[in-house]
Ligand binder design. Structure first.
Ligand code: LMR
Length: 338
């Protein structure tokens, strides 16, 4: 092949791979390699999950070249969060990192993470997840065919609507998009608002067209999906968290050759440690970018925030039975060391 033809063929191959939406060029996988499709819903470079998934692919493809080929499909290009776990059980995708709110059908224990004002900050979440109780949660869905591999951090949730939100009563009567979690439904109902479960990829359009009035999410998601463009500012409420579980099907994970599984897990653990340490910084940068883009960020005085706590926190009692006293106490103990 002439040099120019080779260059053309290569650029066409790269263009095709990008059109197909994966970060790792599809045709870069070699015969005989174990192919891992990693599906997620955020961007790749300005988001704690996106950056972590990209780094995981880079390291696996470099260090396990010839044995494993990991392709990342970001931005819901392959699956929405409400489809990806079913697709995983069907063997169509091998890894994903849905938020902990998206495991409702598989376990009620993860409801802990959605309880408003349960964790003071992401450092407390980290302490809890790396405790014995937290580690055990990774195995809690094996019976249902899912193996948790690592917790990845995002950050604290903020709340916004098409009008300023300062007092909890400001949210009454508004429609809010929530992730598919009954805790989040109860939290919005406690405000007198109307919650609507919806896939992440649909939120911008729903806010823009008025299907919903408001939403709650982390700075990196508010920035990454431009929700601030279609909201009247963002209230810095830090009222909850969004975190992720990197997950695989038990059948696929257990079926990997031992050496492959061990090396993959070692790389995943290293990427987790490196990127979890950066998640708060990534969210702070996203917050700055939201402000730089001209959006209003509203902070709450301690008295104003105490009112949100008083309205939202009573939902805990509704879910204590599902979660169990031990996990609730363990999570609170992780705050106490602050
Ligand atoms: C959401 O649905 O709002 C988030 O879980 C999206 C994500 O993965 O951060």
């Amino acid at each position: 092949m002439r040099k120019q033809d080779l260059a053309l063929a290569l650029s066409l191959a790269v263009a095709t791979a990008f059109a197909a939406g994966s970060v790792q060029a599809q045709d870069a996988c070699q015969d005989g390699e174990i192919v891992i499709k990693f599906s997620h819903v955020t961007n790749t470079d300005k988001h704690p999950k996106g950056i972590a998934a990209t780094l995981l692919a880079k390291r696996v493809n470099e260090e396990m070249n010839g044995k494993v080929c990991l392709e990342v499909f970001p931005n819901s290009q392959l699956y929405n969060d409400d489809q990806v776990l079913e697709a995983m059980l069907a063997g169509d995708v091998q890894m994903a990192a849905p938020s902990l709110s998206k495991f409702e059908k598989f376990t009620k224990k993860f409801r802990l993470f959605d309880l408003p004002f349960m964790f003071e900050d992401i450092a407390a979440v980290d302490r809890f997840q790396t405790s014995e109780l937290g580690e055990k949660l990774k195995d809690s869905m094996r019976r249902r065919g899912l193996q948790g591999l690592a917790f990845w951090h995002n950050g604290m949730k903020q709340i916004s609507a098409n009008k300023p939100l300062i007092d909890p009563s400001d949210a009454a009567g508004l429609k809010f998009r929530v992730q598919p979690s009954d805790v989040l439904v109860a939290q919005m109902e406690a405000l007198g608002a109307n919650p609507q479960k919806m896939a992440f990829s649909e939120v911008y359009g729903a806010l823009q067209t008025g299907v919903v009035d408001g939403q709650e999410n982390t700075w990196s998601n508010i920035y990454g999906k431009k929700f601030f463009e279609v909201q009247d500012g963002i209230t810095e409420s830090n009222h909850g968290i969004i975190d992720y579980l990197v997950v695989a099907s038990t059948e696929w994970w257990d079926g990997l050759p031992d050496g492959i599984r061990t090396q993959l897990k070692t790389i995943l653990d290293e990427v987790t440690e490196t990127r979890n340490a950066e998640s708060t910084r990534v969210n702070e940068e996203a917050k700055k970018a939201v402000i730089a883009a001209g959006s209003t960020v509203r902070t709450l005085t301690p008295e104003q925030r105490a009112k949100w706590v008083a309205v939202m926190k009573p939902v805990w009692s509704k879910f204590e039975g599902d979660i169990g006293a031990e996990l609730m106490a363990g999570a609170q103990a992780a705050n106490a060391t602050n």
